[in-house]
Design a protein around this ligand. Structure first.
Ligand code: PLP
Length: 406
């Protein structure tokens, strides 16, 4: 049992909730251009009222059940358990409609957008996973959908671009800078400034200005809400010894940790992408390499040069290839409430093949990082471990095929 006061020091709040300015300890807030103020303010005023309205909750839960396919199973992975000398459960977010956890958030935000009276949706996307999850709910709700995507990413991610178009979204190329995610984000923000009245911006992770990190964490918290009762059914206790999730921006981890944040007997393990190795200059291990800074509207840990230029990250998995981390996670790192590990590209690939051969489940490359984290924990047969399997591996088959061809 970890002693709460030693971890928290002077901290008086809770991990689940930022303060009224959106701060988790030193991290969070809303660092936005003046012209974005009305949009963000409106959202800040409304989001909790709307989200906890009974009608909203009914609509949200109905869609999660019948459209997404929730509750996602909590699967006792017996052969993986044997290999790692403990009892391991996989939270099967890979079985959700569209193949990952991202849909939990986009369903929530599209319902919220409707209640705010918005009929036009914008989003940014890197690899296209969040773009697809957004285009999906826009088709479902008959909303206009614009997805900003770096020109370079559009070339690299043709299948997801095709999916978004088939779903009726307009994919807008971002042609400035490095023509990748950060440029797409800039374009989306510009669009929102120009269309404040009719448009909602769906951010895809627990990043961005307050209230996005808190709002997205709450939508994703369905993951740990389910884990608690599912684990109780299977083991007699709601509390495992460890919960493990991979971290890009941190939304699947936030959802997996959420209802355990204040349960101090449960160790929260976040696995970042080390890329070629933390010290190689080709990495995305933000807590190891980052310093406090502002990225995409909030203060957090950011990979940056001495003079504050954001560093280009690297990971084999597109979803973890991000130079920042959500402010909740920066706070979990700083306070020691979270254990932060990293797995290299190679370790993640090995874990993906291990899981596939042991359990017949091909994971997303992102999720394989969480599996790889198992090797760095000193597990005993008494330990119960829950791992968030954030997504399925279909989208990563080209990478897996390259490995098999040697
Ligand atoms: C996008 C993605 C991630 C990373 O995003 P988080 O916000 O850190 O969860 C992880 N796994 C999968 C399958 C993804 O698609």
């Amino acid at each position: 049992m970890i002693n709460r006061t030693t971890i928290l020091g002077q901290y008086k709040g809770t991990f689940q909730q930022p303060d009224i300015f959106g701060y988790y300890g030193h991290f969070g807030g809303a660092y936005i251009p003046e012209m974005l103020h009305p949009n963000v303010e409106e959202l800040k005023e409304q989001y909790l009222k709307i989200m906890y309205d009974e009608g909203f909750q009914t609509a949200f839960r109905d869609l999660l059940k019948d459209y997404v396919g929730r509750p996602s199973p909590l699967y006792h992975a017996k052969r993986l358990s044997e290999k790692h000398n403990s009892t391991i459960f996989l939270k099967r977010e890979d079985l959700n409609h569209t193949g990952a956890h991202k849909i939990n958030n986009t369903i929530g935000q599209i319902l919220l957008a409707r209640r705010l009276g918005k009929h036009r949706i914008i989003a940014e996307t890197g690899a296209g996973q969040h773009g697809v999850a957004t285009a999906t709910v826009c088709a479902l709700m008959n909303m206009q959908c614009l997805v900003y995507m770096g020109e370079k990413d559009i070339e690299r991610q043709a299948p997801n671009v095709a999916r978004m178009k088939m779903l009726g979204a307009t994919v807008v190329p971002a042609t400035s800078g490095s023509k990748t995610l950060k440029d797409a984000t800039n374009e989306a923000i510009r669009d929102w400034i120009n269309n404040p009245v009719d448009t909602h911006y769906i951010i895809g992770s627990v990043v961005g200005p307050h209230p996005y990190p808190d709002m997205v964490a709450r939508f994703q918290s369905i993951i740990s809400e389910e884990i608690r009762w599912q684990l109780k059914e299977k083991t007699g206790s709601e509390l495992p010894d460890y919960v493990i999730a991979c971290v890009g921006g941190g939304s699947n981890a936030a959802g997996t940790f959420y209802h355990y944040l204040e349960e101090f007997s449960v160790k929260l393990v976040a696995v970042e992408a080390a890329g070629h190795g933390v010290k190689t200059g080709m990495s995305a291990a933000t807590t190891q390499l980052g310093k406090p800074g502002v990225l995409h509207g909030s203060k957090s840990l950011v990979m940056q040069t001495e003079d504050g230029q954001v560093v280009e990250p690297h990971s084999i998995s597109a979803g973890l290839d991000y130079p920042g981390i959500g402010p909740l996670h920066a706070h979990l790192y700083e306070t020691g409430r979270g254990i932060f590990l990293s797995a290299t590209d190679k370790e993640a690939l090995d874990a993906a093949f291990e899981l596939t051969r042991l359990e017949g489940i091909i994971p997303a490359l992102e999720s394989a990082h969480a599996i790889a984290g198992l090797n760095q924990l000193k597990l005993t047969p008494k330990d119960t471990v829950v791992i968030c399997l954030s997504g399925r591996g279909d989208k990563d088959m080209a990478t897996y095929m390259k490995v098999m061809e040697g």
